[in-house]
Design a protein around this ligand. Sequence first.
Ligand code: B12
Ligand code: SF4
Length: 522
Amino acid sequence: MIAPDEPFLHFVKKRWIPPEMTTVPALDPEEPANGIEPHYALLINPFYAKDANASFGKHVLTPTLALTSFAATTPAHWRVEYWDENLLNGCPPFHPMPQVVGITVHLTFARRAYELADWYRARGAKVIFGGLHVLSCPDECAPHADALALGDGVQLWPRILRDIENNSLQPRYAATYENDYCDDPSPRRSILPRHSFLTTTSLIATRGCHNRCGFCYLATDGLRMPYRMRHPEQVVAEFQADDQPYAVFIDNNLGSRRDYLHALCAALRPINKIWSAAVTIDVTDDPSLIRHMALAGCTGVFVGFESLSDNNLADAHKKTPKTSDYARRVRILHDYGIQVNGSFVLGFDHDRKDVFARTAEWIEENRLECATFHILTPYPATPLFQQMAAQGRILHRDWTLYDTGHAVFQPKHMTPEELEQGYAWIYQRLFSHASIWRRRPRVETWRDLQAVPLYLAMSYLYKRSNRFWHLLIKHDLVNPVWKPLVEMTRWRHVRYRKRLAERDAMVPAPVAAPGQVVSAGV
Ligand code: B12
Ligand code: SF4
């Protein structure tokens, strides 16, 4: 049992972090304007500081689809290039100077986006902003860009490029997410650096979620995102075309429509690949769906438990099963060899100082392979932000610190410093040797035994190798180093599925876990 005050008994030492993970690459103010290359568009994912507490591996697990999704709509006479500043290769290119720079803006890296935009505009490029922060704070973004794309870039990007060609660029473009998702082209993954990510296959099958939790960006004022689905065959074709053994679904909630997830699993099953996805825990209402996911190659799920307090979940308007039933539901996933990466939000109004110890204990008791923690963060234009602002509890509006690793509001039952200390403590506890060992897979048969070294390999590579990640990232070694391990996991999983299917033909019961070295999701 972990003592409730354990997180506060000692000062939690700050973890070491390589400077390149926190330092924005410098832009040269003396750089002269040079020739603009017409019909050249540069797409940038700006730098953001990494949190020393979490795994650096998550930042190169799989790329965001923000830029590749609309890059696919670029007309053929345009050249398009991709630059992710988080791959530690310095500033984006400027020789030749692009005619258009498209930047995706989230609140945590808005400041960097503005710096980049001001720098490129001063040298004659047209800068277009899109992304979540543009939608929630357009007036703040506007002075730094030639045009804002509010909403779905897939519909807006070709219009914007056409207007640039015709010298008729408008300051704002808007599109909703209400069109047929099957009409969208596949993201243009060919512009991604293939060596830089554990897998370049970020897939998205659906957008939206049946829930609208008050703290989630989906509840942003003005964002209308009905649940939309792509044809399962389109998703499978994208998976096949990218030729990777493993894909990460970046959907908000792949389990929102169970009939759809069943259909998607039926389409994925024959291709013998592996994947992970974010789902809500209510997917376990239907254990046959969990079995279907395992047979289709699901190795891990990222589950937003958010809190172990029913009161917190009710306040957030999250429709979810009772927390007392979470342990049984986690077992259903484990019974089918599916790893669970639990996502927990800390600092809700019913959280007292014992929340850290209680949450850690629950995670260890239920042997969650991974856990991700977030300090409650009121994103601008969400109901949570409005409520906190009305109560005078917002401490500041420095968006850089709205990264879920800092307390930016006044919690009810602790100080902001205590909330940050508890957050650092829980990560360190869960990344400790003892905790990793406590959460090893249960061993009931000799086959289960084989899963243990693979679980340990995954845990150590993912959670305890922060000293090495920046070197792998800088030297483009992420994919070459991981791919053999991922391929081995895939191969073991294919054999596991075969046993599961054969066993099911006789008695519908789970078989020993497959063992794997891929993590359970973003
Ligand atoms: C992949 C992902 C990551 C990856 C990559 C992130 C990156 N920036 O490189 C990793 C795992 C590293 C990551 C990390 C984090 N993430 Co993240 N992540 C996602 C995820 C799952 C998918 C993003 C995506 O590809 N979406 C699909 C694309 C197609 O949608 P889109 O981004 O909205 O883009 C569309 C439009 O906005 C527009 N558009 C976007 N940019 C542009 C640019 C132009 C020029 C134009 C024309 C249009 C345009 O067109 C696109 C097509 O319609 C989202 C959740 C989600 N499903 O969206 C969370 C999400 C973006 N992440 C979030 C958070 C909080 C984080 C972290 C801070 C969490 C943490 N504590 O570690 C970190 C740190 C990142 C940071 N500091 O910003 C939040 C952001 C909340 C907010 N309001 O800002 C989200 C929304 C999750 C959530 N539900 O809360 N993340
Ligand atoms: S369940 Fe998850 S994705 Fe859906 S609204 Fe809530 S936090 Fe957002």
